[in-house]
Write a protein that binds this ligand. Structure first.
Ligand code: NAD
Length: 301
């Protein structure tokens, strides 16, 4: 298979990441199918993608016509057969659970053509955990995006059974959709950037969960010293506290680490209240104008 043979891209899971990846892919000229379990979720996703398009226009990344063309290239469906039967490339963004991801790929393995490349956008798992379940381990690898709205760094992480051709195709596809690929030489939990980020977020959670410092002060310390626009808690709000909790809780249970369990319990309080960050308008901060973005935040004014 050649990069030019990739024409139709299936995005499985229309949440936070599925929306961003789907839109970026459509902006780059591909036909995109967005698949989820309920039409109401897909309608919500298209609404948010519409807002994303408006932001791209406001930021002069797209003009009105190219944004409208990109939106027209996205189709939604709750019918898996319809979603997968003509897909050349699959990007999966369902919740962070290896069994669920394995089941989803096994389902699409029966539907998609033999040539279709399968990729997972997992944040914290490694592809060998569910490579066999995909039914096509040689045409499967992790293809991981960061926040597509603000950066274009992606990780490509093969497992031992991924073919060289698959890695090359994913790399070529990444370039076609305007991304800079970091190709890992071996599997590593957290890829490259996230491996570093997870340590930062874990430290920030521990400081707050152990009542060492307030959330705002922890962010203030990081932002003030590192000269960044956002601190660890602002970052968690944009990732989604529910997603951060899932990852933290999963590893806390696997490793039986008391501090990780305390951190998961700390995050769960926000999840239970439905305050999971930017996507709900409230998390550690309130949106659209979070306190850390206002003048004087670092000075504590
Ligand atoms: N949020 C981030 O910043 C970020 C960044 C990179 C990678 N990721 C990874 O991307 C994946 C998705 O994260 P998210 O933040 O978009 O989650 P999300 O909760 O916003 O979206 C997940 C979507 O998957 C759908 N879904 C659940 N089961 C499904 C199924 N069986 N078939 C089809 N759709 C199904 C849900 O209805 C939901 O719409 C996770 O693996 C996460 O670790 C997240």
């Amino acid at each position: 298979m050649n990069i030019d043979d990739i024409k139709q891209v299936l995005i499985v899971g229309s949440g936070n990441m599925g929306q961003q990846i789907g839109f970026q892919t459509a902006v780059s000229g591909y036909h995109v199918i967005l698949y989820d379990m309920e039409q109401s979720l897909l309608d919500k996703a298209m609404d948010r993608i519409g807002k994303l398009a408006k932001n791209y226009i406001a930021g002069r990344r797209l003009n009105d016509q190219s944004a409208a063309d990109a939106l027209n290239r996205i189709r939604t469906t709750v019918d898996a057969e319809d979603a997968g039967k003509e897909a050349d490339f699959v990007s999966e963004s369902v919740p962070e659970d290896p069994d669920l991801k394995g089941r989803v790929f096994a389902q699409f393995n029966k539907i998609c053509p033999v040539h279709t490349i399968f990729t997972t956008n997992t944040s914290s798992l490694i592809p060998s955990m569910f490579a066999q379940a995909t039914g096509r381990p040689d045409r499967f690898a992790a293809f991981h995006f960061h926040d597509v709205r603000f950066n274009n760094i992606v990780d490509i992480m093969p497992h031992q059974g991924t073919s060289r051709e698959t890695v090359e195709l994913i790399k070529a596809f990444a370039e076609r959709i305007g991304q800079v690929a970091i190709v890992l030489q071996k599997e590593n939990f957290g890829y490259v950037f996230n491996a570093m980020l997870m340590e930062l977020l874990k430290s920030a959670q521990s400081l707050a969960a152990n009542d060492v410092a307030a959330v705002e002060d922890i962010d203030r310390a990081w932002m003030g010293v590192m000269h960044t626009m956002v601190g660890p808690f602002g970052l968690m709000d944009s990732i989604g506290i529910d997603t951060v909790w899932k990852v933290t809780d999963y590893w806390a249970n696997v490793l039986k680490e008391p501090q990780a369990m305390a951190n998961a319990a700390f995050l769960k309080k926000y999840v239970d209240q439905g305050n999971v960050g930017v996507k709900t308008g409230k998390g550690f901060y309130s949106y659209p104008d979070p306190a850390f973005g206002k003048p004087g935040f670092i000075e504590g004014k």
